[in-house]
Structure formats: C-alpha cells, structure tokens
Design a protein around this ligand. Sequence first.
Ligand code: C2E
Ligand code: CA
Ligand code: CA
Length: 580
Amino acid sequence: MTHLERAEQLLHQQYHCSQALFGAFADDLSLDIKTAFKISTCFGGGMRQGGVCGCITASLLVLGMALGFYDSQDRELEVYGNQKTDEFIKRFTEAMDGKTNCRDILGKDISVPGDMAEIRKEGLILKKCPQAICASIEILEDMLSQFLKDKAQESINLDVVLESAEFQSAMKRISKLHRFRRNVNKLLFSSDKKIGFIQFDIRKFKIVNDLYGERFGDEILDFILHKMGETCHKEQYFVNLRSDVFLMVTEYEKEEELLEFIRKLDSEISSFKNVKLQMSYGVYTVEDKNVELRQMEDRAAMARKAAKNNILSNIIFYKEQFKDNLYNRKFIEENMQTAIAGEQIMMYLQPKYSISKNEIIGAEALVRWRHPERGMIFPNEFIPIIEENGYIKKVDYYIWEKACRFIKRCMDAGINCPISVNVSRVHLKDDECIQVLSDLISDNGIPKELLELEITETADNQQVSMKALQLKDEGYTLLMDDFGSGYSSLNILLETPFDVIKLDKKFMENMMVSGKGRLILEQMVLMAEKLHLGILAEGVETKEQVELLQNIGCDQVQGYYYAKPMPEEEVFALLKEQNL
Ligand code: C2E
Ligand code: CA
Ligand code: CA
C-alpha cells in the first residue's frame, strides 16, 4: 500500500488529517499505528484553533523523526532541521496555492461548534483535506528520497533510524517509484503512440510464502524484477509497487501488442524453481493523457483486481464499470451520515416460526436503507463497506434502539416477543456495545431476555468467544449466526456460551439435496440437543424443507416460506392477530 493509499484509508476511518498523514508513515518510522496516533494527536493541536493545517505539523514530525534532527544539543542538526522545515513549508504553500491554515483549506473553522457540525454534515474533511494530505505526501516522499541520495553521496554514516533495513528499503522503494513516475510522465507527454499500463501480481502469493517461506517469496520477487529487466526495452518502464504487485508502462500501437507482451512476460515468469506461479494482469489503455497519473495507476489496479476474481482469463482490460464500483463505495461512504439523520435507515423484522405450533416465536431485526433517489439498498451492499470505516456501529445502535422500542411496544400490548439483533464483528473489538445495550435496556424498561444477540463466527473466534462470554455474563441470549457458512468450527460451541445455533441458509440449500446432507443435519440437531442448545434453520423456502426439518426434530425456522422481512407495523399486526 502506498503512503497515499494508507492515508486515504485512515481518513475514511475518520481519523483526522494529522493522524492519517503521520499514520501513513508509521511503518517507515518503525512505529506501531497506535503509538503513531498518540504522537500525532499531541502535535496535531495547531488546527484546533483553526490555525495551521494539521498536515504541516504531522509532516514536520515525519521529517524530524526520519531525518533524525531531534537532538537539540547539536547545532549543525538544528540548522539543518530549520532548513528542511522551511523547505517543506515553502513547497507546501506553493502546492496549496498559499492556503496553509485549516480554516482556509476547509472553508470552515473547526474550533467553532456550529462550523464543526457543518463540516461533519457535509463530509468536508473527506472532500477537502485529501488535497493537503496528497501534497504533503508527495513533498515528503521527495524530500526523504533526496535526503537518502545526499547522504549516500557524502558517504557519511547514516543516523541510527536510517540504518534500519526496513527504513532503507522503504526509502529505496520511494525513490524508485519517484523515478518511475517521472519517466512515465515524460513518456506520456513526449510519445505520439498509445500508452498502456499493465499491473500484475501473483495469485495466492501469501500461500506460496507460507508454504515455502518468506525468503523463497523474496527470491521470486527478485526473479520477476530480473526477468522484467530482460523483457523490457529502454522506453518501457516498470516498478515493484509493493510486495508482489508490479506495474509496467509501455507504448503500443495495437492492443494485440500489449497482449503479446504480457504472454511473453508470462511465459518467462510463470515458474520459478519448479514452483508454478499464476499471475493476474490488469491493463489500462490511456485515452486521455490529462488524467492524473495516480488515477491511471488506480485503473490498472482495478483491472488487476477484476482479473484476480476471474476464472476464465487472467488478463483483464479496465472498464468504466470498475470505476462505478468505486463510485458506489464512495457514494455509500459519503451518504451514510445523512442516511441516519434523514431517517432513511429503517428496521425490518422477519418473523421466526415454530413449525409444530405454526406460530410466531420471535423476529430478527434487519436493516434497510431507503435512499430518496436510489431506492432500497440492501445490507449486503453497504454493510461490508461501513464495517471497514466503523460506521456500522452507529447503524447497529440505531437498529438496536428500534428493536428495543418494538419490544416495549409489544409488551405494552401484552405480548412478549423476543427480537434478535445482529452484532457486527466490529463491536467485538471494544466494550462500548455493552454499555450501549445496557442503556437501551434500562431506558426502554424491557427485560434482557427479550433482546437476543446474533453473533457471526469470524476468522478470529477467540475474539468472538471473549465478547460472547462478557455478553452472556450480562444476561443476554446469544445466537450463533450463519453456522455452517464459513469459519465454522465445532470448538466454538464448546468454548462459547451460545444459547441457539442458527443454521445458515447455504447449509439448507446444500444439505437438503442429498442423503448425506440430511444425515449431517440430523446429527447437528442431535448434537445441539446434547449440548442443550436451541437450533433454528434459516432460509427455509419450501414445504419439503419444512417437512424434512420437522422429521429430524428441528422446530424453529425462519425463511421466505413463512414470512419475508417486513416493516415493523406488519409484524405487530401479525402478533396481535396471533394473540387474540
Ligand atoms: P443474516 O443475519 O443471515 O440475515 C438473514 C438474511 O437472509 C436477510 O437478508 C434475510 O432477508 C435473508 N433471508 C431470510 N429468509 C430467507 C429465505 O428464505 N431465503 C433467502 N434466500 N434469504 C432469506 P438481508 O436482510 O439482506 O441481510 C443480509 C445480511 O446483512 C444479514 O444476514 C446480516 O448479516 C446483515 N445485516 C442485516 N441487518 C443488519 C444489521 O442491522 N446490523 C448488522 N451488523 N448486520 C446486518
Ligand atoms: Ca442474522
Ligand atoms: Ca444468518
């Protein structure tokens, strides 16, 4: 990941500019991200008064730590440090057209509460600050690589920080990338031929590393660089962007030439010491040379990612629709905030049934986003995205609150209807959710047993187990969601105090079609019984499935056969009818 990508990622996770910028260089400075945040928070104070942009303070901090001019006793270093500080500020001021104050860049004053509300509402930080961050990173990368070159020429012993192998290799990469970009820019504007970007990586490189060791992995990367050196001519530029991702830029006349080049390269690098390597190639052919170089690189990257998921071909050309996916992501990130405030987020309820009693025994709360222009947006489209930037927490709290109010509404009508809510894996990382849940319970005056929590297994079941134990101690009913779908392990059922297993709908689809499937299902029901766990089958769509479940003793079900998710009003009506 480049510095810019990392900074953008942090910014989207709602870290402020100085944290995002300093955090992006944390690896280079051998700092873990938490320490980097602590340091940058101490120094990001300037912008609090609407004064100097946080990117400047954070950048000077990067320079100070990277170049080692923090020793106040050393006069020479002090002078050198002052020079570098002046140089940075001068270049930043130029790049930002004279804007160096937070309030000038944002157009609002972050120290004024009214302004702050508007900054949040309009997502101004995400819109305006990246320009300052991008300018800072470019200047920093340039200054740091220049510093390395100067030092090398003077052949002075490098300072302790600079001696670390990681730092040196990071700096080498930066300077190589710089040279590469300079050359590509020159080529773009000097060549009258078409220009193509080819980005590729090794499929399942992580597995190769795990199987054969990282040193072998490094040998592969060196081998690829060497082969590219042999395959490319003088006017074809290539660089190792990071880990196993390579980028090469070339002139061409017909697309066939690009394909031919890729095939030739592929035949050279598709095996190393008898290990077969499979590459994914993304190609971007430049239509408008005025598009920013970074955008061209991004498009080649999007095509590479599409090639990764494609089983038919490992070479994919960039299509505009790839950008749409990215836009979709941006749309979701930028519109989520107003979605909650504008009441576009709603709770739907899907009733759960007992087969034998043929009545509703509870319901699951599911989020729906009704956008005024785009219409209904389903959770699978936006939850993975807001799980990354942490916004899922707010959405979940909102749904939990609606669920609690519904429970209360039913109680007031003399009905006890347990409602289960989904607990995103993001909540497992801290204790905030425990407080939120207990506040909701007491504010609404409902018993804890009626609010059930659905937790999904994750890659890190240790974390699930720990949080589940805490929640169980608090007195909640716990449902293991999507059991049988992904990371299933029977161990988690022993380690973690779940009350009910929800069999995943895929489980149903796959298992219902064969005798073996039925046998496994039967054993699951028996096992649940022995472990004193409840069991509920999800995604029940047909009468046959209902009969089969009934025969093997699984009584609780949820699925379209009985009811689809629906607005709470409709479930309330069904419950009232049932309780007459
Ligand atoms: P889930 O927790 O497994 O929820 C069940 C999903 O299966 C729901 O999709 C539901 O509409 C769908 N479904 C129910 N019955 C049937 C059926 O008979 N056949 C088929 N094919 N599907 C059925 P939905 O509402 O689109 O939610 C998808 C996922 O999004 C949920 O899967 C859950 O993981 C997540 N999700 C939904 N709401 C929330 C929420 O408020 N917070 C969090 N953190 N995640 C949520
Ligand atoms: Ca669920
Ligand atoms: Ca589920």
